[in-house]
Write a protein that binds this ligand. Structure first.
Ligand code: AMP
Length: 476
């Protein structure tokens, strides 16, 4: 026992992590259900890879000059001396798995989906976490633009099925091994005489990876970028054709997109198509949403200034970095991104295999659903609420609940509460369609009352007929 003078340590979630609370689970469940149903319908199979991978896997693929590798990986040496990293993204591990498990021998393309936690040592802000969740699709073994279009299609269907409005895809092509080096030298040529006016990070990017100059959000760098050569003017015929075909598909399937000739995305393994998905929804007034679910805007497009914040951070500082309030809800909210990675498998020592994929941030999706006040279809559990009255009824409760479970009919209850008023209040709060009421008389008679919550009408039915009657009612 600590003595009274000793201050008890109050434990909190580690900085940049968060609990997903019961009241938010309905959004997460919906995201999981809709993504799973759609992905399976389109032939994507679930894959789960470990949270830990060899550090080299990411160094090799994501690229040494990417933000992820430069500053965001949780890497450590095990007692046995292995260099491991908590996965910061999902595509490289899937490419590793594709090779390791001989997926090449399966009929191509191999279509996979995943979801889970990812880890990046970022400056935590609302919507930018150190442990966050993504769900994603990967399609390996198909080079043609129809594969890219399928990823856009499933992603766009998912967002509309979720009930989200005002979704916009920003699209670009970053070319291939043939045309990208030529663009890179055109870009370097353009920046050569302007490098002095750039931020500290960009001065380094100019040397290490000029394409990443286009990622910077510093005002002075954005001004310089405005007249920079555009990659679309430098694509080879094959890349131009691939991109044109993709845009034709997007027009056909009715995906709302906008060309962004300066979109390169931070990771080295992308080739040809790259895209980002944003919600442009602006709420008339921001609804009350849980603090932990309120994301910062375009969190992954960090500024150079963040590095300073990062240095200032102490692990035990719990104050949040404030978001610029005037921007909240007014700038597009980055929901996800993706692209083609035709050299990734080869880079990892596999036979050259094209691929394309995308990942959506689940925290951002849950936030957007709240922000847009999306209605979530009632789960079957919410449709029925069990209410008991009196000691005998309480004793018989489990029998009725078990009867329902065996018939696969979900029901909520609050067996610890004895007052009918408070139980009916809970049924009401859970937006239940029906309350099943078991009182002393019903317990003796072998009956149960079905009360329609909206109208308050009630009928008494025999317990042995209950399942049959409920099935009819719930089907309606
Ligand atoms: P990326 O893997 O960087 O392309 O990110 C894809 C999506 O994952 C982003 O658009 C966000 O929705 C989400 N995301 C990325 N990083 C974070 C983070 N640190 N915290 C929360 N969500 C994130």
């Amino acid at each position: 026992m600590p003595n009274k003078k000793q201050k008890l340590k109050i434990f909190q979630t580690p900085r940049g992590t968060h609990d997903i609370l019961p009241q938010d689970q309905k959004y997460w469940d919906r995201i999981r259900t809709v993504s799973q149903t759609l992905a399976s319908y389109y032939g994507f199979e679930r894959i789960d890879t470990p949270h830990l991978e060899s550090t080299d896997l990411f160094l090799h693929t994501v690229g040494p000059t990417s933000d992820i590798v430069e500053k965001q990986m949780y890497s450590f040496k095990t007692r046995g001396g292995d260099a491991l990293t908590l996965r910061p993204e999902g595509t490289a591990p899937i490419a590793r798995s594709y090779i390791e498990n001989g997926f090449l021998n399966l009929p191509q393309p191999v279509k996979l989906y995943y979801r889970g936690s990812f880890f990046r040592h970022e400056s935590p802000q609302r919507g930018r976490y150190r442990e966050f969740h993504q769900w994603g699709l990967e399609l390996l073994g198909e080079e043609s633009a129809i594969a890219d279009a399928e990823i856009f299609q499933v992603c766009s269907l998912f967002l509309s099925e979720l009930g989200l409005k005002d979704i916009l895809f920003y699209v670009n092509s970053v070319g291939c091994r043939e045309c990208r080096p030529k663009y890179r030298s055109a870009l370097s040529g353009y920046y050569r005489s302007r490098v002095r006016g750039l931020c500290k990070d960009c001065k380094r990017r100019y040397k290490d990876n000029p394409l990443r100059l286009l990622d910077c959000k510093e005002e002075k760098c954005v001004t310089v970028k405005k007249s920079a050569p555009q990659i679309l003017d430098h694509l080879c015929e094959a890349c131009k054709n691939h991109f044109t075909v993709l845009l034709e598909f997007l027009d056909e399937i009715g995906v709302a997109y906008m060309l962004n000739p300066y979109l390169v995305r931070g990771l080295d393994y992308y080739s040809r198509t790259v895209f980002e998905i944003a919600s442009t929804y602006v709420a008339a007034s921001e609804p009350e949403v849980a603090r932990e679910a309120l994301p910062s805007i375009n969190a992954e497009n960090r500024n150079a200034g963040d590095e300073k914040k990062e240095e200032d951070e102490e692990e035990n500082v719990v104050t949040e970095v404030p978001i610029k309030e005037e921007k909240a809800g007014k700038e597009p909210l980055a929901l996800g991104g993706g692209g083609r990675y035709d050299y990734l498998v080869e880079l990892l020592g596999g036979r050259p295999t094209p691929g394309v994929g995308m990942a959506l941030g689940m925290e951002r999706l849950a936030y957007a659903m709240k922000q847009q006040q999306v209605k979530i279809p009632a789960s079957s559990r919410q449709k029925l609420f069990f209410v008991h009255l009196g000691e005998l009824a309480k004793k018989k409760s489990f029998k009725i609940i078990e009867m329902l479970r065996r018939a696969n009919i979900a029901i909520a209850e609050s067996l610890g509460k004895d007052s009918i008023k408070s139980q009916l209040k809970l049924a009401d709060r859970a937006a239940s369609e029906y309350a099943l009421i078991l009182g002393q008389k019903e317990a003796i008679d072998g009956t149960v009352i079905i009360r329609e919550m909206s109208s308050g009408t009630q009928e008494t039915v025999l317990q042995e007929k209950l399942i049959e009657i409920l099935k009819q009612k719930l089907r309606r």
